[in-house]
Design a protein around this ligand. Structure first.
Ligand code: NDP
Ligand code: 8X3
Length: 260
């Protein structure tokens, strides 16, 4: 029997929810084989079953990206798949809390720094040898408008996303001439589990998006797919996306209860 040729493989971190799950769905529809990573096994399993209907191969791994030993084990046990990764979507990430620096918990800083920055670097480093050997590949980092504009209570989260912006910029410089593209996608308010994780409850999260129209995870997934589908000589370096109801970080239009 002749084996079907392999489709390009995309690895998406943080695929169990929000932007990552929406991106995985769009990539499957576009014909990518997928490798999904996050901690919540049940979610990954369910998504991978859902995506089989697109006739793509879907692998997944339940991993805590802060666990360096687990990460190294994953990298060595999946070396063959990782060498095939054509698209890496470094999406897993979080903000934890809105406390002022003088009142914040250092362990929250560690969680943000390790997930949003160190793990992004680790995955990037791991897939680059395969990409450079093939002379093609695309790394999409999910940054944030917070990486450009800091706000009170967001110093450390913003610092992690400023790091993602700098890493994306430096990578493009280090990779020039290899054919590998690097895109930093920087969303404003997107309604996902992000605010629930940050603030600790669904009701607090609901207040963040009350009486305004935030972006949907699918809006960001669309943008990611669009950047991947540009011709190979076009690299969308950075893209800032706000909801129409948000003019700037901290300036949100909220409708009155009557409607406007
Ligand atoms: P969600 O909370 O819905 O998704 C976050 C994803 O990251 C989940 O799949 C979660 O999976 C994964 N994740 C978090 N911590 C870890 C960890 N330690 N190990 C493995 N996976 C982890 O939020 P979003 O979809 O909104 O967030 C995706 C990205 O978008 C983040 O980088 C965020 O900073 C960025 N962003 C979000 C914005 C927004 O307004 N929502 C705006 C700008 C940027 P699990 O819990 O299963 O491990
Ligand atoms: C998430 C957007 O404005 O809450 O990155 O930091 S914001």
């Amino acid at each position: 029997m002749v084996k079907a040729p392999l489709k390009p493989l995309a690895l998406v971190t943080g695929a169990s929810s929000g932007i990552g799950a929406a991106t995985a769905r769009q990539l499957a529809k576009a014909g990518y084989d997928l490798f999904l990573v996050a901690r919540r096994e049940e979610r990954l399993k369910a998504l991978s079953e859902e995506l089989q209907s697109h006739s793509v191969r879907v692998q997944w791994a339940a991993l805590d990206l802060r666990d360096r030993m687990a990460l190294e084990q994953f990298f060595s046990s999946k070396a063959e798949a990782l060498s095939r990764v054509e698209v890496l979507v470094n999406n897993a990430g979080l903000a934890r809390g809105v406390e002022k620096v003088q009142e914040a918990e250092p362990r929250d800083w560690d969680e943000m720094l390790e997930t949003n920055v160190r793990a992004l670097l680790a995955f990037t480093r791991r897939v680059l040898p395969g990409m450079t050997a093939r002379g093609s590949g695309h790394i999409v980092n999910v940054g944030s408008v917070a990486g450009r504009w800091v706000y009170p209570g967001g110093a450390v989260y913003a610092a992690t996303k400023a790091a993602v912006k700098s890493i994306s910029e430096g990578l493009r410089m280090d990779l020039i001439g290899t054919g590998i593209r690097v895109t930093n996608v920087e969303p404003g308010m997107v309604e996902t589990e992000f605010s629930e994780v940050r603030l600790g409850s669904k009701s607090a999260s609901d207040r963040v998006y009350a009486r305004m129209q935030p972006l949907k995870a699918e809006d960001i997934a669309d943008t990611i797919l669009w950047s991947l589908q540009r011709p190979a000589h076009v690299n969308i370096q950075e893209i800032v996306i706000f909801p129409t109801d948000q003019a700037a970080v901290g300036q949100v239009h909220r409708r009155s209860s009557e409607g406007e």
